[in-house]
Design a protein. Structure first.
Ligand SMILES: Nc1ncnc2c1ncn2[C@@H]1O[C@H](COP(=O)(O)OP(=O)(O)OP(=O)(O)O)[C@@H](O)[C@H]1O
Ligand SMILES: [Mg+2]
Length: 310
């Protein structure tokens, strides 16, 4: 289990992490989401002892990284797949890591097998594709067979097969009861992988909830309705919710249930050709949650109040 409590990290004038508190529980894949610059990588680096918090704590199984007796046996991370010596073979990279951490060398071939690196393990890292580097990085994270795993954007640049592979690997870890924290900007992927999500913006917590609950959130519910009397129906629905005209004869209603929309249409004797709740996407929910926290938006910085979250 990873526990982040009142974590703050200041870099000069930049507050990268600002009083962040959340737990990452075992047996689940927890997605770590937030706009560029939100503080995800900084938080992960602090958990891994690569950076010091300005205040607050980050612990793994109750201890800060620096106090772990045998760190690689407790936690593994893929943070920056570029940070490997290009002239070494993948196998040599793993052997050095194993030796310097007192892990049995036999683990090297096991993890090479586990990540499917195969014969490429005997080639120099400089000739690796991005996907091969990601696999090697994951192999290194697994060396000590740790119960806690952190992955910073592991699907970045991977091909379709690679993305599926990562999905299966993370799912497998969680099903074995391990703790898995994974950051990504790919919401469709996160919707498939994550059981839970922690959303941050400008270093502060925006949401910490089960993916199912986020998708079912009451203010996220949208109803699609089609009627030849769409305009008149829209006028009647305006009282209860927000109504958007999506195409001729079609409305999308927010803030009402399908039953309420149907009852109003029935009372006014408007024919309905379609009435259904729109299946919620994590992307839609995420955009609504982070609308006020986007620092690097298309078309310039967000004009919303500084630090405002919901
Ligand atoms: N070593 C550093 N020195 C100075 N500022 C830093 C440093 N590392 C991160 N920052 C700043 O801290 C903030 C958070 O950065 P961080 O990399 O943690 O964000 P992120 O959520 O991982 O973003 P992305 O999605 O783009 O990877 C940014 O404003 C960044 O510029
Ligand atoms: Mg990052």
């Amino acid at each position: 289990m990873i526990r982040i409590q009142q974590l703050t990290k200041q870099y000069g004038a930049t507050r990268a992490v600002d009083g962040l508190t959340f737990d990452v529980e075992p047996g689940k894949v927890t997605g770590f989401l937030g706009p560029n610059g939100a503080g995800k990588s900084t938080t992960m680096r602090i958990v891994m002892g690569l950076d010091h918090p300005t205040s607050g704590t980050a612990t793994i199984n109750g201890k800060p990284y620096a106090d772990l007796h045998s760190p690689l046996r407790e936690v593994g991370a893929l943070l920056d797949p570029g940070a490997m010596h290009p002239g070494r073979t993948g196998r040599a990279h793993l052997r050095i890591a194993a030796r310097s951490n007192g892990l049995p060398i036999s683990r090297v071939d096991e993890v090479i097998e586990h990540v499917g690196l195969g014969p490429a393990a005997r080639r120099r890292i400089k000739g690796y594709s991005l996907g091969m580097r990601q696999r090697l990085g994951i192999a290194a994270a697994l060396l000590g067979d740790p119960q806690v795993l952190l992955f910073d954007e592991p699907v970045n640049g991977l091909d379709v097969e690679g993305v599926r592979w990562i999905r299966d690997v993370l799912r497998g870890f969680a099903d074995e009861g391990r703790t898995v924290l994974v950051s990504s900007h790919l919401m469709s992927e996160m919707q498939l992988i994550a059981d839970r999500v922690v959303v941050i913006g400008r270093g502060t917590l925006i949401a910490d909830a089960d993916v199912g609950d986020i998708l079912r959130g009451p203010d996220q519910r949208r109803i699609r309705v089609r009627s030849p009397e769409a305009d008149a129906l829209a006028a009647a629905l305006h009282e209860g919710g927000q109504v958007e005209h999506t195409r001729p004869g079609e409305l999308v209603v927010t803030g009402m249930t399908a039953t309420e929309v149907g009852d109003i249409a029935h009372a006014l004797r408007f024919p309905l050709y379609h009435l259904a709740e729109i299946e919620q996407s994590l992307e839609h929910a995420y955009l609504a949650l982070t609308a006020d926290s986007v620092e690097y938006a298309v078309g310039g910085p967000s004009t919303s109040a500084e630090g405002e979250t919901r």
